[in-house]
Write a protein that binds this ligand. Structure first.
Ligand SMILES: NC(=O)c1ccc[n+]([C@@H]2O[C@H](COP(=O)([O-])OP(=O)(O)OC[C@H]3O[C@@H](n4cnc5c(N)ncnc54)[C@H](OP(=O)(O)O)[C@@H]3O)[C@@H](O)[C@H]2O)c1
Length: 325
């Protein structure tokens, strides 16, 4: 089968379409004929091997597996003997390492039935960005009805889910984005908008109960200035991009966050989104009840994967970037 692979770390030029053996489905696994795979910044972090910290998992000098992509949607092609939840022909979405291939294997707990009102492209866009948004707002910030939320990076892959999910929780949402994305962020439910090209929210007198940062290069000090005295700041990511090779900013931030959380009423919990079957099902329900809807920026073919990754790396995606198989 065809699969996108990389033999060395580097820019998107290292990606190639290789012929690899079809995966064999183990007794507790599901074989999926992949229809679409969405890209996430994590994909290019592993492709570049930066920050270097990721190499602890992916291989010090060269990639151990060299398989690419995680978030997928497709059709069940075969199931292992111990699989009870899925059958051949089911339309599913979820996660599998090396998903950007004609076929992928996944465990039952990393898949769910695709929401019936989404096509494969939309469904593939959900897992990682959706997990990040819901886990940041619900698990880390404990978002409650009536609270005010600032989403920094409201037009990106995570941000477009975060704006909508925060509204589902009954929050009043302020989205930070650039001029060209104001209408998009308004259309997905933001109550207020801040155009970061014209206004620096961090020097305003507003304060928010919850802040989720997904983009921009704001310091913790700047963000805490507009966080209420007992508010929660969740830093999911920023715009340091490919330049952050040593990840020192990330490490210092975690240390500072722990100190702030210990010695002030403001909370800055460390955050890393996790794959979760329960959250996949929750997201599917929110989508089927039309409370949230994926925002798709661009789709590319498998042959255009290098172009797609370079586009995402530039940091200006409006919603999600998806590869169709
Ligand atoms: N901690 C975790 O577990 C976890 C999980 C998933 C993702 N992440 C991280 O979260 C971050 C966001 O991921 P993503 O998929 O949403 O990335 P993305 O789709 O590439 O984000 C791009 C968006 O950021 C916006 N943006 C850039 N600079 C901005 C600024 N100064 N203020 C406001 N918006 C700005 C861009 O809008 P313009 O074009 O208008 O600038 C664009 O819409 C990444 O750093 C990723 O690594 C972390």
């Amino acid at each position: 089968m065809k699969s996108v692979t990389f033999k060395k770390y580097g820019s998107s030029e290292v990606l190639e379409i290789s012929e690899v053996a079809n995966p064999v489905v183990a007794e507790n696994q599901v074989l999926v004929r992949v229809k679409a795979v969405s890209l996430n910044p994590a994909d290019w972090h592993f492709m570049r091997g930066v920050p270097y910290l990721v190499r602890v998992q992916s291989g010090l000098l060269k990639p151990k597996s060299g398989r690419f992509g995680v978030d997928l949607a497709g059709v069940v092609e075969a199931v292992g003997s111990k699989v009870s939840e899925f059958k051949v022909g089911d339309e599913v979405f979820g996660q599998s390492r090396g998903a950007l291939s004609e076929f992928a294997v996944a465990t039952e707990k990393s898949l769910a039935i695709k929401p019936s009102n989404l096509d494969f492209v939309q469904a593939a866009s959900v897992p990682m960005a959706g997990f990040t948004a819901i886990q940041a707002l619900r698990n880390k910030a404990g978002l409650k009805d009536g609270q005010s939320v600032l989403i920094v990076g409201a037009s990106g892959g995570v941000g477009t889910f975060a704006v909508q999910i925060a509204r589902v929780f009954g929050a009043s949402v302020t989205g930070v984005c650039s001029t060209g994305n104001l209408e998009l962020v308004r259309s997905i439910g933001a109550n207020r908008l801040i155009d970061y090209t014209k206004e620096d929210f961090s020097s305003s007198f507003e304060s928010y109960d919850v802040i989720v940062q997904t983009a921009g290069n704001y310091s913790l000090k700047q963000l805490r200035k507009v966080l209420s005295s007992d508010g929660t700041l969740v830093v999911a990511g920023d715009s340091s991009g490919v330049k952050a090779v040593f990840g020192m900013r990330f490490i210092f931030r975690i240390i500072k966050s722990l100190v702030i959380t210990k010695f002030s009423n403001q909370k800055v919990p460390p955050f890393l989104a996790k794959s979760s079957k329960q959250d996949l099902v929750t997201l599917a329900k929110l989508i089927e009840s039309t409370e949230i809807k994926p925002v798709i920026d661009r789709t590319y073919s498998m042959a255009q994967v290098a172009e797609a990754v370079a586009y995402l790396e530039a940091g200006h995606a409006r919603g999600k970037v998806v590869i169709t198989i």
